[in-house]
Design a protein around this ligand. Structure first.
Ligand SMILES: Nc1ncnc2c1ncn2[C@@H]1O[C@H](COP(=O)(O)OP(=O)(O)O)[C@@H](O)[C@H]1O
Ligand SMILES: [Mg+2]
Length: 526
């Protein structure tokens, strides 16, 4: 996997004597194991604190009965223990972040105490490690605390988990494990993107299901994984129903996509073609960017994973950085696949300029993503869309990151005609009976979405009047609509200016000049 193993970063920071680390992870147990290993290597003790158990000796210290020492639960007292201890040690404080939220007044003394710990530990062989799935702390701690993300389990770790499970069930006569190398590899790959605990649960469920564990369980593991991924709310499997032929216009883009379809085959690889990296579709809202993402999945017959950037930054779902790494790992585990990042511009909308505004989260997420983009070896095709270019990071636009940037403009008259045709046919009406030529001419500046809306509203009208759809119904709805392009003409001009020289046009034909706006007052017909 091309994702950097950030787990090792912790050891580096411990050795460099960073006093306070903050590890963002759901995997408390794995973090503890990892720290235990570091402690052993560095000849240190590991002490663990939680609000319920207090500070205790790590459970892996052999021959020592747990609970022999007094358990100190109070966070301030426990932090004082950290300061007082003389030996070289690592202190793991689970969920201490609950006491570091600045908005709760009684947290003040604890926040203060952490700053004192940071000072006291600066020239000691002790490290305080805070672990939580959430990233939250008072702003005044930002300079004292170093945030680290904990990477997902590697294939090797999942493999040894599988080993352990197989050993555990060996004495059960009713359970058959039948795993040769290939089936085993497939299972490990299928569990990619899960935490160790999730992977264990999934394997256990598969075992209990039918009493066996073999290569055929890959599909069960995938199904379980879909559920877990859906629950996380960040990645969504998209069932695509639209085909590329359902997209009107955009001939250049469609042609490009059709050509790239073949690049994922074995023959293409033998021929020496690299797997396509991805495209960015930039352009006017409602003109078919998201539609193309869905259509390409069907055209290429590859699963489509929609990644919700906006939600990721809403921070309620844990660490942004771990989340993007997880999305990447999931996509790689089911590759060949399409990773669809819709409205990627939204993610950066609030973060322009000052990298410090969000504690550098956006910057770190972006660099994780870009590093992966330039190093990725698995056939995961990235399809990103954006309506606005003002906040897009320049690194994303640099040549070589993606294969191509396409500019999606408003449809011209012939394209509008085709879009009318598509949407009329979609509603099971005969596009031959409707004068699409005339409608297209009457709708300059309309986006595909607005054309679709006009057809739908016309259908409502016809149904209300108790007869079938006519051209006039649609025409009436067109004249009643002020297309967005009219109110946003400046923004669209800005987009066009930006795209000129930077992006390839998604459509050969240019949009005809808009009829002069002074053309005047719109009459409501009917
Ligand atoms: N070129 C087009 N051909 C056919 N339908 C289109 C086209 N552009 C937009 N539409 C219709 O409008 C809807 C919204 O467009 P969408 O792809 O979401 O726009 P955006 O470019 O903002 O992502 C689509 O689902 C589709 O029904
Ligand atoms: Mg869209």
């Amino acid at each position: 996997m091309a994702i950097p193993a950030l787990g090792d970063q912790i050891e580096l920071l411990v050795r460099a004597r960073y006093p306070v680390l903050y590890v963002v992870s759901w995997e408390e147990a794995r973090v503890e194991q990892h720290l235990q290993a570091i402690a052993a290597r560095r000849n240190k003790q590991l002490h663990v604190w939680s609000i319920t158990e207090g500070i205790r000796e790590a459970s892996t210290v052999e021959g020592q009965a747990p609970g022999k020492k007094r358990a100190v639960t109070d966070p301030i007292e426990a932090l004082e223990v950290v300061i007082q201890h003389k030996e070289a040690a690592i202190y793991l404080f689970n969920d201490l972040n609950a006491f570091l939220r600045p908005e709760i007044a009684c947290n003040r003394p604890i926040i203060r105490k952490v700053r004192e710990v940071a000072r006291a530990l600066a020239d000691s062989y002790k490290t305080l490690v805070i672990c939580s799935p959430l990233m939250e702390m008072a702003p005044e701690l930002q300079k004292d605390v170093t945030v680290v993300d904990f990477s997902l389990p590697t294939p090797a770790q999942i493999d040894s988990l599988l080993d352990r499970i197989i050993k555990d069930v060996a004495q059960h006569a009713s359970i058959r494990v039948d795993l040769h190398t290939k089936g085993r590899e497939a299972l490990v790959r299928a569990a990619g993107g899960l935490t160790l605990q999730e992977a264990e649960n999934v394997f256990a469920k598969t075992l209990v299901n039918d009493g066996t564990l073999n290569g055929e369980d890959v599909s069960t593991v995938f199904a379980e994984k879909q559920q877990i991924i859906r629950k996380s709310g960040l990645l969504e499997y998209y069932e695509a129903s639209d085909a590329l032929d359902d997209v009107g216009g955009l001939d250049q883009l469609k042609e490009w996509l059709k050509r790239r379809a073949m690049a994922f085959t074995d023959e293409a690889q033998k021929f020496g073609l690299p797997a396509p990296k991805g495209v960015l579709l930039v352009g006017v809202q409602g003109c078919g960017k998201s539609l193309c993402a869905k259509a390409v999945s069907r055209e290429w017959n590859m699963p489509l994973l929609r990644f919700d950037m906006g939600r990721m930054f809403a921070s309620l779902v844990g660490s942004s950085e771990q989340n993007i790494r997880r999305a990447i790992a999931v996509a790689e585990s089911i590759a060949p696949a399409i990773l669809w990042i819709d409205e990627i511009d939204k993610a950066f909308a609030g973060s322009s300029g000052s990298a410090g505004a969000d504690g550098g989260t956006t910057a770190r997420v972006m660099s994780t993503f870009l590093t992966w983009l330039s190093e990725k070896s698995k056939p995961v095709f990235v399809l990103a869309t954006a309506n606005d270019i003002s906040h897009l990071p320049p690194e994303l636009l640099r040549k070589g990151r993606l294969d191509e940037i396409f500019f999606v403009d408003l449809p011209n008259q012939e394209e509008r005609r085709r879009i009318f045709e598509i949407h009329i046919a979609k509603r099971k009406r005969d596009a031959g009976v409707i004068d699409t030529e005339h409608l297209a001419a009457a709708a300059p500046g309309f986006s595909g979405a607005e054309i679709e809306q006009a057809v739908i509203s016309a259908l409502y009208d016809a149904f209300y009047l108790g007869r079938d759809l006519t051209s006039d119904d649609i025409l009436r709805n067109i004249t009643q609509t002020v297309p967005l392009s009219r109110t946003m003409s400046e923004r669209i001009e800005g987009l066009r200016g930006w795209a000129d020289g930077r992006a390839r046009l998604a459509s050969t034909r240019t949009v005809e000049a808009e009829p002069t706006r002074s053309g005047g007052r719109k009459l409501e017909i009917g």
